[in-house]
Design a protein around this ligand. Sequence first.
Ligand code: DGY
Length: 321
Amino acid sequence: MKPAILVARAVFPQVLERLHQYFEVESNQDDHIFTPAELASRLQGKQGALTTASARINEDLLQQVSGLKMVANMAVGYDNIDLAACHAHGVMASNTPDVLNETTADFGWALMMAAARRITEAEHWLREGKWTKWRYDYFLGPDLHGATLGIIGMGRIGQAIARRSMGFNMKVLYHNRSRLSPEQELAANHAVYTGKEELLRQADHVILVLPYSAASHHAIGAAELGMMKRTATLTNLARGGIVDDVALIAALKVKQIASAGLDVFENEPKFHPEFLTLDNVVLTPHIASASEKTRLAMAQCAADNLIAGLTGDMPPNLLTL
Ligand code: DGY
């Protein structure tokens, strides 16, 4: 008999078809977001699950389900999964690294440029019929070329962002848990390893691509925003909880920093309503990896991991404690 799995969110039909070859699949193509209790009940009797960031896999849930062997998360980030609890319950977990690096880096640049050059603000103004003349001082913003880029979190996505800065003749500072090798720094546009405070003080554009954890919760708050240049931008591609939204809103209101680009929010899809009242923030609904090719590759990668894990092979992207 085929093992039973739950595909907890809607997914590409071709990926679902592939999973059907190996498993008894319970799918969720109408994309209902399960409550924790619903998720626990759907997971009863399942050996595997294909999840996204919206599913909390924690001690509470794992205590309620039996027989679960593997959770394959369709995301590189896995802050929704308590790895220690998985380990304690003998549940394997995997993520989808690498396949999204370049697409996410492309989007990081788009968001950072939109925030710096006020693209969405200008477009809204134009659509509102306010464009009656050209003026020398309409929508002035900071340059990107020749500026200093500060990358917090210099993993594979951070390095892909840094590589793109070569074409903009930028200086790159980075802050990370550990320093890159000299070869990696060279490839990342001669990136310079810097303390967080120094980076915040010197960078013209700060971009966040670090993993979310208790240690990075509100890593950017009032104090950090206060260190940034008044002309600087802040772009968050990582997880919403890394930024203290209340502090960011206050900083944007008084132009403590020039602007921000946010693709992620602490309680998404909910977000602080005051963001909607501000012109100097660009808001997008967690789409940094959303190119057709990359989202399909992420789904295939999650499926590969689940198939390997439940058929006796080593999942290629098994997460370890
Ligand atoms: C990721 O892969 O972590 C993206 O943020 C999608 O959740």
